[in-house]
Design a protein around this ligand. Structure first.
Ligand SMILES: Nc1ncnc2c1ncn2[C@@H]1O[C@H](COP(=O)(O)OP(=O)(O)OP(=O)(O)O)[C@@H](O)[C@H]1O
Ligand SMILES: [Mg+2]
Length: 310
């Protein structure tokens, strides 16, 4: 197997005071390979953004390791490595309006990260190129964000990331705030850029139907715990964890008759009996590339399910 570009090992993130700690991310592990789109899906508050923010080093980690291109990047790192990862790892955000500085012109917004890297004429050229790369006109550089549509603003956000020449991009709900009609355009732009530049994406979303279209592999997260991880096709064909099954049952089906007769599965976290030490859940590879969270008796059940419908 190829070397992962990003490896997250037993990562935990804890918020709050020592007396009232809140574990937002609980012992999660996954690898992201070069050139792939890795999806992170889960309901609101499950810890998706927190994982992204831990990777870009704006949220401190309580335990575990984040390894990028062979080097540990969480906790204290050297200045040189910090500078390197600040360039190589970029994030694009859900709400382009909120993430762009309203009082700055597009050329400043896009070039902010490379302000000290290039002198003025070269910087202007880089901005023009970045705008062209995302399908915008170079003359947009002298305008303000509010002059643009939502889709164009998201393109400005992508240009701002691209100018850094990253190899890894955390895309946090990049199309959720956009009109349905322009979502596909932004997704297509992202996959074009990925092909041209060999980019690797961590794609965060709560929308499984979008992820099915864009992700190579998907991790399902519930209350800070990754409950299932596999390639996209396997996840849709043989979902094992009851939470994954519940999420999938909420994805609309193309056939209106089966859609009308469909029974929505409801997930009850209380069904898991993890209280005693011998019932402690683990995160194991139940078949090649397919990881699942459960205790011994649940893992047995999941193995049986695989045997049945495999
Ligand atoms: N800086 C912080 N301080 C305290 N709690 C936080 C902080 N950031 C996030 N949290 C909490 O951690 C949990 C996970 O939040 P996070 O933003 O990662 O969820 P999410 O999966 O991205 O949700 P959404 O789909 O709504 O964006 C939430 O309960 C949130 O309230
Ligand atoms: Mg979020």
């Amino acid at each position: 197997m190829a070397e992962p570009l990003l490896s997250v090992k037993n990562l935990s993130v804890v918020f709050g005071k020592r007396r009232h700690p809140f574990v937002a991310v609980n012992d999660v592990s996954f690898d992201i390979y070069r050139g792939e789109t890795f999806g992170l899906v889960g309901e609101s508050g499950s810890g998706k953004t927190t994982i992204g923010r831990a990777i870009i080093r704006v949220v401190p980690t309580a335990a575990g390791e984040i390894i990028f291109d062979g080097k540990q990047i969480n906790n204290k790192i050297s200045k040189a490595l910090d500078k390197e990862v600040t360039h190589r790892i970029q994030m694009i955000f859900q709400d382009p309006m909120a993430s762009l500085n309203e009082r700055a012109k597009v050329d400043y917004i896009v070039s902010e990260g490379v302000y000290h890297r290039y002198k003025k004429p070269e910087r202007e050229q880089k901005v023009e190129q970045a705008l062209r790369d995302v399908g915008l006109l170079p003359e947009f550089a002298s305008r303000f964000p509010h002059e643009f549509s939502g889709g164009q603003r998201q393109r400005i956000g992508i240009a701002r990331a691209l100018i850094m020449e990253p190899d890894f991009i955390v895309a946090d709900e990049p199309i959720s705030a956009l009109d349905v009609s322009i979502r596909a355009q932004v997704l297509n732009l992202m996959s074009e850029l990925q092909k041209q530049r060999g980019l690797t994406y961590l794609f965060i979303s709560h929308d499984l139907s979008v992820m099915r279209f864009i992700c190579d592999r998907i991790a399902v997260i519930h209350k800070g715990v990754i409950v299932e991880l596999s390639d996209t096709e396997t996840l849709f064909k043989h979902p094992l964890h009851p939470y994954t099954r519940a999420l999938l049952s909420a994805v609309p089906m193309p056939d209106p008759i089966s859609e009308r007769e469909k029974v929505l599965e409801v997930y009850d976290p209380g069904q898991h009996d993890y209280a005693s030490p011998e019932n402690k859940p683990r995160f194991v590879e139940i078949e090649p590339g397919h990881f699942i969270h459960g205790n011994t008796s649940e893992l047995k059940k999941y193995a049986k399910m695989l045997g049945k419908d495999a």
